[in-house]
Structure formats: C-alpha cells, structure tokens
Design a protein around this ligand. Structure first.
Ligand code: AR6
Length: 168
C-alpha cells in the first residue's frame, strides 16, 4: 500500500530513499530545487549527470543519479514542462510524475519526496500544479510505500493537504 502525504520543508534534507529534482533538459544544474540539490549533494552529482546524461534528458522523462552528500541515496531527475515558455500541456507534467515513480520502482525505492515540479521558475500555476501532482501520484500504481510532497510554503502545503484528504 502507498501512503501519500505532504510536508513543509527543504527537499534536500528529507530522510527518504530518493528525492526528485525539478531539473531542466540540459541536466547540468540550475536554480530552485535543482540548485539546492546540486549544492547539498556536492560536485560529484554534476559529474554523474554529465556521465549518465551526455545529451541531457527530454521534458517529462526521468532518470537517476546517486545522492552523494544528501541523506537520500538517489536523486531522480525530471525536466518538467516550462509553462512560461508555452509548454502548457498537462500530460507532460503528469508524465514527469509517472516516470519518476517508474524509475523509483526500478531502483526498489521504498520512500520518495517530490517537489512541486514546474511550479517555480517554470511558472505552472501553483494550485493547478498541486492538483496535477496529487491526482497523478494517487492514481499511478507503484511499489513505493511512502510518497511525500514537499513544499517551501505553508499555504501551498495546506492546499496539498486538502486535496489529499479526498483520496484518504
Ligand atoms: N525544497 C522544496 N521545494 C522547493 C525548494 C526546496 N529547496 N526550492 C524551491 N522549491 P523550481 P521548476 C519549490 O523553480 O519550476 C531550475 O533552474 C518552489 O517554490 O525549483 O520545475 C531548473 O534547473 C516551487 O514550488 O522548479 C530548471 O531550469 C517548486 O519547488 C527550472 O528551475 C519547483 O520550483 C525548473 O523549474
């Protein structure tokens, strides 16, 4: 059985098997969650990204690296759609969540923490991003036992919580 919950905090400090990185298609780091994860993991993360993703990663796909200095053993990276640049098809955002869970299953991950993919620099409207995250994570079959949605903002967290109760 999979338990889905929400918490306020920094994704880089989560004590889970894997954390998800809201990356970009170049896979060489960036701002937001991506920058925080690279800083906390240390420079080996960039080296592994270069080795494993020489040509980057397509929008909506997912791939993994180790977590290095992070508490999490793995980082599962996904470039979400860039809403600001016109990538407004919700199916792309759904596939980011689904593909991250598929990679988590391949890795045998038991617990995973997600940020709100595309809801920062990429400009996906926050409430809609929450709905897509909760719907997709609730409806995707997975072997992962614990899924945590991590937000920096308490207001957004309560919106996540509200939607989660509909699935409880
Ligand atoms: N912990 C948890 N949530 C966070 C953290 C954190 N440390 N930092 C930001 N958020 P974003 P995107 C929230 O911008 O929109 C990067 O430059 C943030 O408030 O990290 O998918 C990449 O390299 C927002 O709700 O990801 C790409 O170029 C959510 O996490 C681009 O930004 C996602 O914000 C990706 O943009």
């Amino acid at each position: 059985m999979t338990v889905l919950n929400a918490t306020v905090g920094d994704i880089t400090t989560q004590n889970v098997d894997a954390i998800v990185n809201a990356a970009n298609t170049r896979m060489r780091g960036g701002g937001g969650v991506d920058g925080a994860i690279h800083r906390a993991a240390g420079p080996s993360l960039l080296e592994e990204c270069i080795a494993r993703f020489p040509n980057g990663l397509e929008t909506g796909k997912a791939g993994w690296t180790h977590g290095f200095n992070l508490p999490a053993r793995f980082v599962i990276h996904t470039p979400g759609p860039n809403y600001r640049a016109g990538q407004t098809d919700q199916r792309l955002l759904e596939s980011s969540y689904r593909n991250c869970l598929a990679v988590a299953d391949e890795l045998g991950v038991d617990s995973i923490a997600f940020p709100l993919i595309s809801a920062g620099v990429y400009g996906w409207p926050k409430e809609d991003a929450v709905k897509i995250a909760v719907d997709t994570l609730s409806n995707t079959p997975t072997q992962v036992s614990q899924i945590r949605i991590v937000t920096l903002d308490a207001h957004i967290q309560s919106t996540v919580q509200e939607l989660l109760t509909r699935y409880a």
